[in-house]
Design a protein around this ligand. Structure first.
Ligand code: FE2
Length: 600
């Protein structure tokens, strides 16, 4: 059975194609359109999936859209009705779009798909609409190593659902045992703090997560904030279900997440504007919101364990991209193992919608993947295509026939503190670059964090970079924990590699805290000694694995910085042209594309 999955019209549009349960291609539209989190119809992503798989639209058995538009519309109408006359402004803004376009998504999809098939009028489409959270959980379970598993999905909101949990198994498929519905939403609760702290909603949540470790439980103010949040903003039940105090949140009907005046009164400081300096009080609130979210998640997980008695857990939805919370959940040992599909947010809905449709409409039984899920599902460019781009740009380059030689030269550049653009193989599906569209640099250099931030990424300086380590070497650098191939968990730097912090560390400013080296790998060690590690599996990405080994041979160190190949707020590079442009416009020293090396 051939299924095309689509997510679109909210954020992170994407397409995926699967054949008989096997995922062949998946990619986000933003990679082609170059618009970050592009939410439009994923025309280029669909074209890519069809072209590369050699499957025409005529041959597709089902097209699966990742949520039910009518249910979503019902939610909007009922919410506006319940809150009226509040929110009329946002009602007036949203309705014309819904009435004209979104409500009639089936027609809209048909129209757009017909245009892709060059006007073939005989074409009939079997379009199905699995529910949003069903798409989320399917994207996790059907790419997991488990034959059966408990699951939890948490995001902002789908149609009505904001959280769902239950059991997924080969025999019975996905059984939902419980849900939390809009407007009570852990995802939107978290995004409300993202908003108040001056980061962009749906985009800046990971920045707030990165800010949180600048505070800790020794901070009286952070403890006070936790108390205020639990007393005034959210009621947390024993089973992890939540009720938000609607007096403080405006997202159900407003054009903003919260009422800044009320929050100012509550927390004693004004909403931070996007370009305003970050100071300790911001970190204290970020930390408090993170802690409360973790407490809720642990309560939910405990409840799910009691209810299902399953051994394994699948997590999905945007909240499952919170790698700090994921690690807290893992550390509770409530479940033996946890699996998260790397595109856990709405882009992954395209994949999940296709997978659930496949398993519902065919006799296929899922029995758990025997190999790690391969999420290198995007575009690939050959040496010939790369050379064409380089010639068009009239730049000088060197071609290396021997991959071994190329890897050794690349490793030497990294060891010599050069910043290397690394463009190989198929692009990753999901928000993280995992060694095919990456920028690599030396993690032991105390200046590297600043160099990368100022010359290449142009991003906020408070977050450290993520490290990569070969699976075999993990234990030499990090404390025991969940090893993730997809950077979905954090791990603690080994105690023996840490440096002693000054006794007045907690009193220092954010900038001072950042500048003090915390370990022998300062560029990747956060203020709480954590790191968002990508563990590289030799079978999953042999070329990357060999490069890290080549670097280790030279330096004796097996950890490298891996950050996504893009500049701040731009999508990760997709084509050789994108990579070359990024290389030219930043302070990057070397660009490696397949077997080509380009120098500045
Ligand atoms: Fe979602």
């Amino acid at each position: 059975m051939k299924v095309l999955g689509i997510s679109a019209y909210y954020h992170d549009s994407a397409a995926a194609i699967i054949v008989d349960g096997k995922v062949l291609y998946a990619v986000q539209e933003e990679r082609f359109s170059r618009i970050k989190n592009d939410d439009s119809f994923p025309e280029e992503a669909i074209k890519f999936c069809l072209k590369e798989s050699g499957i025409s639209l005529k041959e597709i058995d089902a097209i699966a859209f990742y949520d039910k538009p009518f249910l979503k519309f019902e939610r909007l109408l009922e919410t506006y009705y319940a809150f009226s006359p509040k929110g009329f402004k946002s009602f007036a803004k949203a309705m014309p779009v819904w009435l004209k376009e979104k409500l009639f998504i089936k027609q809209l999809l048909k129209k757009r798909l017909k245009a892709l098939s060059e006007g073939d009028k005989s074409l009939k489409f079997n379009i199905v609409f699995p529910e949003h959270h069903l798409s989320h959980i399917a994207s996790a379970f059907y790419t997991s190593p488990f034959k059966r598993s408990a699951f939890l999905t948490v995001d902002g909101v789908g149609e009505w659902t904001t959280t769902s949990f239950g059991i997924a198994s080969a025999e019975k498929g996905i059984e939902i045992l419980g849900e939390i519905q809009f407007p009570d939403s852990l995802g939107l609760f978290y995004s409300s703090f993202t908003y108040y702290l001056g980061f962009e909603v749906n985009k800046g949540e990971y920045k707030m997560m990165g800010l949180a470790p600048y505070s800790n439980l020794d901070s009286e103010r952070a403890l006070k904030f936790i108390k205020i949040i639990k007393e005034k903003l959210i009621d947390i039940k024993r089973d992890g279900s939540i009720k938000l105090n609607k007096n403080y949140f405006e997202y159900p009907v407003g054009l903003r997440m919260v009422n800044p005046k009320k929050w100012h009164k509550l927390f004693g400081f004004k909403k931070r504007e996007p370009n305003e300096n970050l100071v300790q009080i911001h970190a204290d609130l970020a930390f408090a919101a993170q802690k409360v979210s973790e407490e809720i998640l642990v309560k939910m997980i405990t409840h799910i364990k009691q209810l299902t008695n399953e051994t394994n857990l699948c997590l999905a939805g945007g909240v499952a991209l919170n790698c700090v919370a994921n690690s807290v959940i893992y550390s509770q040992n409530i479940f033996n193992d946890i699996y998260i599909q790397p595109a856990a947010g709405d882009a992954g809905g395209a994949l999940g919608a296709a997978l659930i449709t496949n398993y519902l409409q065919s006799n296929l039984l899922f029995s758990g993947l025997t190999q790690p899920f391969d999420n290198y599902l995007g575009p690939y460019f050959s040496n010939i295509e790369i050379e064409r781009t380089l010639k068009q740009n009239k730049c000088s380059y060197t071609y290396y026939e021997s991959t071994e030689e190329l890897l050794s030269i690349t490793a030497n550049y990294i060891a010599n503190k050069k910043v290397v653009g690394w463009f190989n193989g198929r692009a990753e599906f999901g928000p993280r670059a995992l060694g095919n569209r990456s920028i690599l640099a030396d993690a032991s250099d105390p200046n590297m964090q600043s160099v990368l931030n100022l010359k290449i990424k142009f991003r906020e300086s408070f977050r450290p970079f993520a490290p990569v380590v070969c699976q075999e070497d993990y234990g030499a650098y990090f404390e025991p924990g969940k090893q993730s191939y997809y950077m979905l968990f954090t791990n603690q730097i080994k105690e023996s590699l840490r440096l002693k912090l000054p006794s007045n560390f907690n009193e220092l400013s954010l900038e001072e805290k950042r500048n003090i080296p915390k370990s022998i790998l300062p560029a990747i060690t956060h203020v709480d000694f954590s790191a968002r590690v990508q563990v590289v599996n030799k079978d999953l990405n042999p070329r990357f694995w060999n490069l890290i080994q080549a670097y280790k041979k030279i330096t004796g160190n097996g950890v490298i910085i891996n950050t996504s190949f893009n500049v701040k707020d731009e999508p990760i590079v997709n084509s050789p042209e994108d990579a070359y442009k990024c290389f030219k416009s930043t302070g990057m020293d070397v660009l490696i594309m397949e077997n080509y090396i380009i120098l500045k």
